[in-house]
Design a protein around this ligand. Structure first.
Ligand SMILES: CCC/C=C/C(=O)SCCNC(=O)CCNC(=O)[C@H](O)C(C)(C)COP(=O)([O-])OP(=O)([O-])OC[C@H]1O[C@@H](n2cnc3c(N)ncnc32)[C@H](O)[C@@H]1OP(=O)([O-])[O-]
Ligand SMILES: NC(=O)C1=CN([C@@H]2O[C@H](COP(=O)(O)OP(=O)(O)OC[C@H]3O[C@@H](n4cnc5c(N)ncnc54)[C@H](OP(=O)(O)O)[C@@H]3O)[C@@H](O)[C@H]2O)C=CC1
Length: 321
């Protein structure tokens, strides 16, 4: 019983569950049926953040296509999500394998979705990732794999969905990026790619406004899921554990804390929002960097002068200043 009418006679989007804390996995704060008969593509929709987005969209009545490279894992995720769909819901979930690094595969994905559903209302560009490495040890191939996935893959998905459907019919796109606001030392390839997607989001919001297409981005902080952790192999557990103190929340986020924001941006409640990037990071991007700089004396010397002399005095062990 989530339908309410506001004082101006409008049917409101949000549910009374707002005041029930906390939001549970699989319990959207939005009105059930909000996305009935809509169609969404969620790349990387079989794991972690993408799986939570797909599950919440399904709960809201949306037909969801989950897509990524590993067909078996996608199929298993779709089976699991089907168990959660109430019999009365018009929603369905289908897995369609696609490597977003291949333009042909993305074209194939978009045309299959249009063949099966006849429309694409939402695109969530979530598929992607990176490995951890300082730039000096990064190979050209490794750099290119990350740029091709996160930047070019996002470009290709946006362009294909737009030209094949949204240009004529409108729609909403959400790009998942990352906390790269202070650079991304240790993962510079993904920092560069996500920063570029932040900018691409703004360009598309303007170029495609004429078609009624809204384009926004979501920049998560450190979000724990088993699959995200496993990507970093033996480094994974420590990487996520040592991230905790860098969050002002003093805990990591979980995928269900990203999915509600994505659903909001896709919903009519966000009808005047385009070209925006929403940071969902408990303030992490405003706080400390994880990159440690050891003490060193490699920096160029400051110019000589009275200020430099005073500074030297200040830093003397017995300084009286
Ligand atoms: C905690 C922080 C916040 C968390 C943020 C998250 O996003 S969590 C979510 C995290 N989830 C994800 O990130 C999920 C998705 N991520 C991925 O699929 C991969 O990370 C990918 C994007 C690099 C693609 O990889 P792929 O195998 O499909 O691509 P490929 O076969 O075409 O060539 C790859 C080339 O890249 C290089 N290289 C690769 N790994 C390493 C490494 N560990 N070490 C060094 N280098 C590495 C290597 O050069 C390799 O070529 P080689 O030497 O083999 O000839
Ligand atoms: N977890 C975190 O802390 C953060 C995550 N992010 C980003 O959020 C997104 C989701 O990550 P998360 O859920 O945490 O981690 P996961 O590793 O669980 O998800 C990554 C997903 O992307 C898919 N994917 C990777 N490469 C491709 C490709 N070439 N084509 C299609 N799909 C692909 C993977 O599926 P498959 O292997 O089957 O292709 C997988 O489903 C990623 O872009 C990630 O980088 C951003 C900031 C922080």
């Amino acid at each position: 019983n989530c339908r309410k009418t506001s004082s101006r006679g409008r049917s409101v989007v949000f549910c009374p569950q707002w005041d029930q804390q906390p939001k549970m996995a699989g319990s959207s704060v939005f009105r059930p049926g909000l996305f009935n008969h809509k169609v969404a593509i969620v790349t990387g929709g079989g794991t972690g953040i993408g799986k939570a987005i797909a599950a919440e969209l399904l709960e809201l009545g949306c037909n969801v296509v989950i897509s990524s490279r590993k067909a078996e894992r996608l199929e298993a995720a779709a089976q699991e999500m089907r168990q959660q769909i109430p019999p009365s819901s018009p929603a369905c979930v289908i897995p369609l394998p696609c490597n977003i690094r291949s333009e042909d595969e993305v074209k194939g994905l978009v045309s299959s979705v249009l063949q099966q559903f006849g429309r694409i209302d939402f695109l969530v560009n979530n598929g992607g990732g990176q490995f951890s490495s300082p730039v000096e040890h990064m190979s050209y191939k490794g750099w290119k794999a990350v740029i091709d996935t996160n930047l070019t893959g996002t470009f290709t998905c946006c362009k294909e969905v737009y030209t094949a459907w949204m240009k004529e019919h409108g729609g909403v796109i959400v790009n998942i990026i990352a906390d790269m606001w202070k650079g991304f030392p240790g993962m510079a390839h993904t920092g560069a790619a996500r920063s570029a997607v932040d900018n691409l989001t703004k360009s598309l919001a303007i170029e495609w406004a004429v078609s009624g297409v809204r384009v926004n981005a979501v920049a998560p902080g450190t979000i724990f899921s088993k699959t995200a952790m496993e990507n970093y192999k033996e480094l994974g557990p420590n990487l996520f554990k040592m991230s905790v103190p860098f969050s002002p929340a003093k805990r990591l986020g979980v995928p269900e804390e990203i999915s509600s924001a994505v659903c909001f941006l896709l919903s009519p409640a966000a009808s005047y929002i385009s070209g925006a990037t929403l940071r969902i990071d408990a303030g992490q991007s405003l706080y400390r960097s994880m990159w440690e700089i050891p003490n060193h004396s490699a920096w160029p010397k400051a110019p000589d002068g009275e200020n430099q002399e005073a500074l030297k005095d200040l830093l003397k062990p017995q300084s009286k200043l």
